[in-house]
Write a protein that binds this ligand. Structure first.
Ligand SMILES: *[C@@H]1O[C@H](CO)[C@@H](O)[C@H](O)[C@H]1NC(C)=O
Ligand SMILES: *[C@@H]1O[C@H](CO)[C@@H](O)[C@H](O)[C@H]1NC(C)=O
Ligand SMILES: *[C@@H]1O[C@H](CO)[C@@H](O)[C@H](O)[C@H]1NC(C)=O
Ligand SMILES: *[C@@H]1O[C@H](CO)[C@@H](O)[C@H](O)[C@H]1NC(C)=O
Ligand SMILES: *[C@@H]1O[C@H](CO)[C@@H](O)[C@H](O)[C@H]1NC(C)=O
Ligand SMILES: *[C@@H]1O[C@H](CO)[C@@H](O)[C@H](O)[C@H]1NC(C)=O
Ligand SMILES: *[C@@H]1O[C@H](CO)[C@@H](O)[C@H](O)[C@H]1NC(C)=O
Ligand SMILES: *[C@@H]1O[C@H](CO)[C@@H](O)[C@H](O)[C@H]1NC(C)=O
Length: 530
């Protein structure tokens, strides 16, 4: 799938000083779709209408607060009060061509003071939702591929606000090691460290995902503003992650917690689950963003070790279900748990992207297997939505947690489906939808579109008609059990964008031009093909 021009390679051998090295040549990962694929697909229109409907609910009841509470018809400021659903959701509206809505969103964004907050600000969410949302909206509008009837100063405000926000939160990097502290009081400038107690010792700590999930945004921000300090902060934090000490149990599969005083890992709970997830994700994506960058090449090398080690050590089949391949997480001391959370379902798409980009069919194959297995988590439940976490019986027909070994309910569930549910709630999760979208754009196989259409229908109809899109307590209860009074901002950012792009024309936000942050915010590849 990787297209490296032979002529160019031959030329490179002759005049290496002039022509780009192979790692710098333009690579395509998207399937070579015929022009006009998905033109006027009514499924894309249906997803767009869902966005309009939900945005109108948010605007009516919650704007400019962060998130909609759909049962009580009001909103909540649980993400620092800057209008999370607006900033997280604007790029989806841009991609859908909803210019009236985008206009309102741009006006709101230009009016926010991102250097002030009445709340304690969390660095990770600020980065993935706000900073990336701003950069993505800026990149998409500036790409010239979407309608742009907007005031120029509103568009430029996206970038100046991004810089102002990143500058305001930069004190989090003032730790002994340069690993970012978790939180900050924006009124006093005080940085607030998280702490973890491991084997009786308390450490100032951060988690792997938090330390390793700003490098893509910070590379983009440095390239757009010319201010290198962002890239330098991100590289410093990342340096502890790609030279892990002490060594993890399996190569490339690091734990979730680090001591911010020494840069050492203090836990061995590896996998692709929450706490590690987007660190692994960004290793390959930073390289896709700028393959000519030497540091990004080191990240790529670490990602390959992680992918190969995952294949060898944690890609496992449940007892008597060889058709399923899950990626196991480990416990704090590094023992396999034969369990996986929803978040780890992004792995399929990330393996597909990296496998295609690096021309590694073995890695791409693993991506397809993991994506198919995550799809199974949707299509075996009553609501057609996937649970928060699952576990399975290993090759010896044993579960990690002994309470599941003697219980006939779990045994029957696993015999039928290959897994059993350990947390049945559905919290507007995008990860399996995301991987299914990557599988479609990379392989061109339309069965993946069918899966995402089934999921959209499940979202649209199987939950309560009166309050669509509330989160639900139990994916196997009729109607989803209890409705949860919350719509996550990533429902606008991720769920609806990945669904829409599954049915939109395939050159809308092409994987050959954009690289997506972990919250589904596409940023323009530094030197895209063509
Ligand atoms: C939302 O409305 C409910 C019911 O009226 C109320 O109890 C709750 O305090 C409100 N929440 C906020 C954040 O205003
Ligand atoms: C920020 O710190 C000040 C001074 O300690 C305190 O009064 C304020 O409540 C803090 N802000 C938040 C949101 O906790
Ligand atoms: C944690 O950080 C605080 C504030 O920076 C510092 O006072 C404290 O000594 C640190 N704790 C450890 C265990 O290093
Ligand atoms: C806790 O201590 C045990 C026994 O020394 C050790 O095997 C384990 O790796 C430690 N756990 C962590 C997370 O450091
Ligand atoms: C990890 O090891 C420590 C020290 O031996 C032990 O106390 C703890 O229970 C272990 N944790 C798990 C989840 O196995
Ligand atoms: C679930 O999807 C698989 C394909 O991955 C298909 O074979 C199976 O029939 C589907 N089951 C249901 C209940 O839709
Ligand atoms: C399964 O049992 C065999 C024999 O007791 C043991 O060697 C092996 O480690 C076990 N496998 C797992 C995954 O626990
Ligand atoms: C088995 O698990 C189910 C579901 O959690 C629970 O309701 C039931 O009480 C358990 N049965 C036993 C014997 O522990």
């Amino acid at each position: 799938m990787v297209i490296v021009s032979r002529a160019l390679l031959a030329l490179a051998a002759l005049v290496p000083a002039v022509v780009a090295r192979p790692s710098q040549t333009c690579r395509k990962v998207q399937h070579d779709f015929p022009a006009g694929t998905n033109k006027n697909d009514p499924r894309a229109e249906a997803v767009k209408q869902a966005y309009v409907r939900e945005w109108n609910q948010y605007y009516k009841y919650a704007f400019p607060q962060d998130d909609l509470m759909p049962l009580t018809h009001n909103g909540t400021n649980d993400l620092f009060g800057w209008g999370a659903s607006v900033v997280d959701g604007i790029d989806t509206a841009i991609v859908m061509g909803l210019t009236d809505i985008v206009e309102k969103q741009l006006n709101h964004i230009a009016s926010v003071d991102f250097t002030k907050s009445a709340y304690i600000v969390n660095f990770f969410d600020t980065n993935i939702r706000y900073l990336a949302g701003l950069l993505s909206a800026y990149d998409l509008i500036k790409s010239g591929k979407f309608p742009n009837p907007y005031d120029e100063h509103l568009v430029e405000a996206l970038l100046s606000q991004a810089k102002s926000l990143a500058t305001a939160i930069s004190p989090v990097f003032d730790t002994v090691t340069g690993l970012p502290a978790s939180q900050m009081n924006f009124t006093t400038g005080e940085v607030i460290q998280a702490s973890s107690t491991i084997n009786g010792t308390t450490y100032n700590s951060t988690n792997t995902a938090q330390a390793g999930t700003m490098i893509l945004e910070y590379y983009r921000l440095s390239d757009l503003t010319g201010d290198e300090s962002f890239r330098e902060h991100a590289k410093k934090a990342e340096s502890y992650l790609i030279k892990p000490s002490p060594a993890p149990v399996y190569p490339g599969l690091v734990g979730t917690e680090l001591d911010t005083e020494t840069g050492k890992f203090i836990t061995f709970d590896a996998g692709w689950e929450a706490g590690v997830d987007s660190f692994i994700e960004y290793l390959i994506k930073t390289y896709v963003y700028d393959p000519s960058d030497e540091y990004a090449q080191q990240l790529r090398d670490f990602w390959v070790v992680t992918a190969e080690s995952s294949m060898k050590n944690i890609a496992l089949h449940p007892y008597h279900h060889p058709e399923l391949t899950f990626l196991s997480q480990s416990d704090i001391n590094g023992s396999l748990m034969w369990a996986m959370d929803d978040y780890a379902c992004f792995a399929g798409g990330n393996l597909l992207l990296g496998g295609a980009y690096l021309d590694r069919p073995d890695i791409t194959d693993l991506g397809v297997k993991v994506t198919d297995s995550c799809h199974r988590l949707f299509n075996t439940t009553t609501t057609g939505l996937n649970p928060s976490s699952i576990a399975w019986y290993n090759q010896n027909n044993t579960a990690y947690d002994n309470q599941y070994n003697k219980n006939a309910t779990y045994r029957a569930e696993a015999a039928k489906n290959g897994y059993f549910i350990t947390d049945p709630s559905y919290r507007d999760y995008p990860e399996p939808i995301e991987s299914i979208w990557y599988a479609y754009r990379i392989t061109g196989d339309t069965r993946w579109q069918d899966y995402n259409w089934e999921i959209f229908q499940a979202l649209d109809t199987k939950r309560s008609k009166s309050v669509p899109y509330a989160e639900i307590s139990d994916v196997n209860a009729p109607g989803g059990g209890e409705l949860i009074n919350y719509v996550a901002s990533f429902y606008f950012a991720e769920v609806l964008k990945y669904l829409y792009l599954s049915f939109a024309e395939t050159d809308v936000v092409s994987l050959d031009e954009f690289v997506f942050n972990t919250e589904c915010h596409p940023m323009r590849i530094k030197k895209p093909c063509n």
